[in-house]
Structure formats: C-alpha cells, structure tokens
Design a protein around this ligand. Structure first.
Ligand code: ADP
Ligand code: MG
Length: 572
C-alpha cells in the first residue's frame, strides 16, 4: 500500500501545519487511503492493524468538517474505554491546534458531569466519548445530536466485544440520517458487518493488509523504558556494550534534534538526518557517517530511507516505528554483509501493544531484556579503571611513593588495604553519576487531556508532541567542599597555583572526585597539589600547584578518561 504525503490528501493548511507540528512526515497507508474519501463525504469502513494511525485518519476529516460558527456537537467519536477516549481527545486537540474555534470535548464515565456539562454548554463541536456516558447525556437531554454530521466508531470490534451494541444502535438512531458514518477497526467480526449494513450508506471499504515480514538474522531485543529515562538507558547501553557506530531512529524531527543535542552534550559524537535538513546537508552528513566521521546518526524513517551504510553495529529504535514494516526497514540496516547485527528497541507505556504487534510480525524473534542496572554500569567503570591502573603499573610510568607506603605498612596497614583505600578515594564521586531510573515502567501512560479546553484564546500549555528528555542533572556531592571553587575565572586566585581547563564536565558524568582522581592518579599529584575545582557542563577549571602544572598538561593530555579523549590546557 502506497503511503502519501499529507499535502496530497486534500487537507486544509491548518491541518497540514498541525501534522507537521506533531512531527508526522508522511501519511500512513490507512490515512492515505481513507482521508480523501472521508473528506469527500463518503461512509468509510477502515480496517488496519493497531498502531497504524487510525486516529488521525478519522480525526482530521472530522476537524475539517466542523462549522466553527455553529456551537453545537457536529462530530461524535465513540471509543470503547475512557483511556481511549482521552487519547483520542488529546490527538484531536493537537490536530485542531491551528483551527480557530474548533472545540473538542471528551466525555467518559468517572469524570465529573459538571465539566462535561460546561463543555457542552460552551459549544463543543467534536464529542469524544464512551457509549455509556454518551447514552447518559442523551437521556438527560444534555447532549443533542441534531447537528451531527459525522459519527465515528473507533475500535468498533472492541466496543461490540464489550457489549455496547445496543447503546451504539440507540445513539446511531438518534443522529440525523444524512450524517456520515465511519467505522474503524482492527478486525471485522460478523457482528460488525450487520451493524455496518444497518447504519451506513454505500460505504467504501478500505483494508490495509498486514504485511508479512521476513527479518534477517539480527539479534533483536527490546527494553521497556519510561520515556523520561530513554536517554539515560541509551547511554548506559552504548557505554556498557562499547558501541561505536550506530543509527538511532526517532519518531519525529523534533525528537531527532533534541536527542542529537543531548548526545553531543554527553560527549557522544553524533549528527542527525531528517526532513527539514537540506538535501545538500543530508548528503554531507551521510558521507561523513560512512567514513565514520561520527559515532551515531540520529534519524527519522523518511530521512533514512535509501541510506546505505555497511557495518552498522546497532540500530536503536529510540522511538517505536510506526508499523512493523518500518521496523523491518529500520533494523535491516544492521547485520549487512554476513555480519551479525543488533537491533535495540525502546518501548514506553502503552506502546507495548504496538510492540506486541511487531513481535507477532517478526515471528517472535525479539527478546525482552532488563535495563542494565546502575550497578552494572558502575562495574563496567570499575573495570575500566582497573585497566588504566594495570596499564600504569605495567608501564611503570609513575612517581614512586615508597616512603609514604612504607610508613603506612609499618603502622600495620596491609598492602591490600592501602590499595583498596586508594581506589576507594579515587573512585569517590563517580558512583553517583548514574542517574537513578525506575526499572519497571508503567504499562500505560494516562496522558492528561487538557482540562481547560474552553478558554479563549486557545492555548496548549501542556502540549508537547514528545516529552522532552532533559540532560541529567548531576548533584555534586560535598565530599571535598574546600576544593569546589565557585568562581569561574580563568586565572587562579591562589598564590602559587595555575588554573587549567579540562574538556570534560558534568555533562560527561564527571564529579569533583573524578577530577582529583584522574590528576592524582595519572599525574601523580597529591591532594595538596590540587586546589579549587570548578565544574561546568562541558569543561572543568582546576587549580594545580605551579610546579606541577606542566606534568599535568603532559600526562593527562590525550589519555582516555570516561570514554573520552582528555584535553587539558592552560585556562585563559
Ligand atoms: P491506531 O489507532 O491505528 O492503533 P494510532 O492512531 O493510535 O493508531 O497511532 C499510533 C501512533 O502513531 C500514535 O502515537 C500516533 O501519534 C502515531 N502516528 C499516527 N499517524 C502518524 C504518521 N502519519 N506519522 C507518524 N506517526 C503517526
Ligand atoms: Mg486507535
């Protein structure tokens, strides 16, 4: 089935702006097929799998049909559950964002009648509700259907399963006969057929076939991750598995921009590819990526189409693909040329249903894995530390401290204790770097539908197409308060100290303990030789005694620290 551009479907400029704002780059097959027919006024029966974008398929035409000068219900969307009604209402609100004067109102059980009555009185035109509550309002006379132009039955199969048949029939009988009637469903049980026969006129049937998928030999896993922690989990996986070359797929352009920025801030080299980037620029990015000029390409499906790059280690589905077909396209970028590839998918909240769909299509080859724990990340870091330590020992490249050590040994401390205590001191301050995350995310996210839907002018303070991930905040522990200089000037304020600048900071998971640790450990300075430390997001200012500054510059420059190449310079 051909996907089309939204601009080919006959939608208004306001609607096109809204889908663009939501980050949709092209219409899904069910949207491509049904939107023009619905705009033309036909009754439609649309069948396609879960997650294929049915909501926008009926919501956009419903919005287009609203006469804004008429303050009465004109479109009625019936949904099986209150959660679905809320979700649909939220999507309608987003899609109607640029349509002045279009008001939607969710009505479902469990919500106060007051708010619903107010919304109805104030002239809501698109009503999204469960059959039970809609019946209530009809019986009370608080909802009138005489101006209804369109009735949509979303998830018609489920509504029938839930025993809403009678309610639905009653509701349909009360709506004007010249209305448009629309059924959307994932399956077509016989009961729906009779309902369709009785309540539609000459409906157009649109059926999007489920695609049969053949998936190449790729190791596929998914993680259930709360949206808020996706970035942290992504970084954990990259660090733990030493991934150096991958594509990260995002659902929207905004998400691409955001994620590419966050990754850069955390010290991963990355660039992005999406529809808003000029063709010339895209070619440049792809060429650079091919030459491994950076580690991670953050891309949308459309922008990555036709992208032909070998040896991709991992494909990350940071956001779930729109359908199983896209999933297979995405992951097909890894595991080329007989190499084993890997695909990692993040699933948040209610997306688990869509994931199950994908799992079915790919014949269950996707394993669920547990998010690596903070302890595992720590263990990996410790191992890296031990490797550096071993290297230093093997090279013998350090100033000997025999006198001090002998002294400690003479005082009765065991050599292993001394070494352990030193390691403890050095690693102090890095233990809190790993952001705490909720390991077991909720299965559903009951996203709040706006409560103030009837204010003028319309504003959507809470509307964000995708919740923005924030870079992790690293609280600094006060273990060495004396050393945390508060001023960020480029010269030291202390006599005999030289101020240096390091190209690492809080954004790279660095704490004051790390700075002391790496200087003391690698350049062999004592604590007394290290003065004020001023941690910034992407760099750190640190004072060292004048006589040791050259050593620090020489020894630290270019070494690998926390997965990055360390750069040290005189500040200023
Ligand atoms: P369905 O009702 O068929 O199960 P939904 O309408 O709930 O599917 O859509 C599933 C997800 O896909 C939603 O998060 C929705 O915002 C998103 N979506 C819908 N249409 C598009 C599109 N054209 N491009 C990108 N994402 C889309
Ligand atoms: Mg749906």
């Amino acid at each position: 089935m051909q996907k089309k551009l939204f601009s080919e479907l006959g939608l208004s400029p306001e609607s096109l702006k809204a889908v663009a704002k939501m980050g949709f780059e092209e219409a899904s097959p069910i949207q491509s097929e049904t939107i023009p027919k619905l705009l033309a006024g036909a009754d439609v029966v649309g069948l396609s799998q879960t997650g294929s974008g049915k909501t926008a398929a009926f919501a956009l035409p419903a919005i287009e049909r609203i006469d804004v000068n008429l303050r009465a219900p004109q479109a009625l969307i019936l949904c099986p559950t209150r959660e679905l009604a809320m979700q649909v209402a939220e999507e309608v609100a987003k899609l109607a964002f640029f349509k002045r004067g279009v008001r939607e109102l969710p009505i479902y059980g469990g919500q106060s009648y007051d708010r619903q009555l107010r919304g109805l009185r104030e002239g809501a035109q698109i009503i999204i509700g469960t059959p039970g509550r809609v019946m209530d309002h009809l019986q009370r006379g608080t909802l009138k259907l005489d101006q209804i132009k369109m009735v949509v039955l979303d998830e018609a199969d489920r509504m029938l399963d839930m025993g809403f048949r009678e309610d639905i029939e009653t509701i349909l009988k009360q709506a004007p006969t010249e209305r448009q009637t629309v059924f959307f469903s994932a399956t077509m049980p016989p009961m729906i057929r009779s309902l369709i026969k009785n309540f539609t006129r000459d409906p157009v049937n649109v059926r999007i076939e489920d695609q049969e998928m053949t998936v190449p030999a790729i190791d596929q896993v998914y993680y259930e991750v709360d949206r808020r922690f996706k970035l942290e989990v992504l970084c954990r996986l990259i660090d733990l598995q030493d991934i150096k070359y991958g594509i990260i797929f995002c659902g929207t352009k905004m998400m691409c921009d955001e994620l590419a920025d966050h990754l850069k801030a955390r010290g991963y080299s990355s660039d992005k590819l999406h529809g808003d980037i000029s063709q010339q620029m895209r070619e440049r990015v792809v060429a650079k990526f091919r030459k491994r000029g950076f580690e991670f390409l953050v891309a949308t499906d459309v922008a990555a189409r036709g992208l032909d790059v070998d040896d991709i280690e991992v494909v990350f589905n940071y956001d779930l693909p729109q359908d199983a077909e896209d999933y297979v396209h995405r992951i097909g970028r890894t595991g080329r040329a007989g190499k084993t590839g890997r695909a990692v998918t993040f699933v948040s909240g209610r997306e688990i249903w869509k994931m199950q769909q994908i799992i079915r299509f790919t014949k269950g080859k996707i394993r669920r894995e547990k998010v690596p724990s903070a302890e595992e990340v720590e263990e990996k870091r410790t191992n890296q530390f031990v490797d550096t330590l071993r290297e230093t020992l093997e090279k013998g490249d350090f100033k000997r401290q025999d006198a001090i050590i002998d002294q400690l040994l003479n005082q009765g401390h065991a050599a292993t204790d001394i070494a352990s205590a030193l390691m403890h001191l050095l690693s102090e301050g890095s233990t809190r770097d790993v952001q705490a995350i909720v390991e077991e995310p909720a299965r559903r996210d009951f996203r709040e539908v706006r409560q103030h839907q009837h204010r003028e002018p319309r504003d959507y303070p809470k509307y964000e197409p995708r919740p923005a991930a924030t870079p992790r905040e690293r609280p600094m522990r006060e273990s060495r308060p004396r050393r945390e200089g508060s001023e960020a000037s480029t010269t030291s304020h202390e006599q005999g100290m030289t101020r240096l600048v390091l190209n690492i900071g809080t954004a790279h998971g660095i704490g004051p303990g790390d700075v002391v640790g790496v200087i003391a450990g690698v350049a062999r300075l004592t604590k007394e030789d290290i003065g004020a430390i001023n941690l910034q997001e992407k760099h750190t200012l640190v004072d060292v005694t004048d006589e040791n500054s050259k050593t620090v510059l020489k020894k630290l420059n270019g070494i690998k620290f926390k997965g990055r190449k360390l750069g040290v310079d005189l500040a200023g």
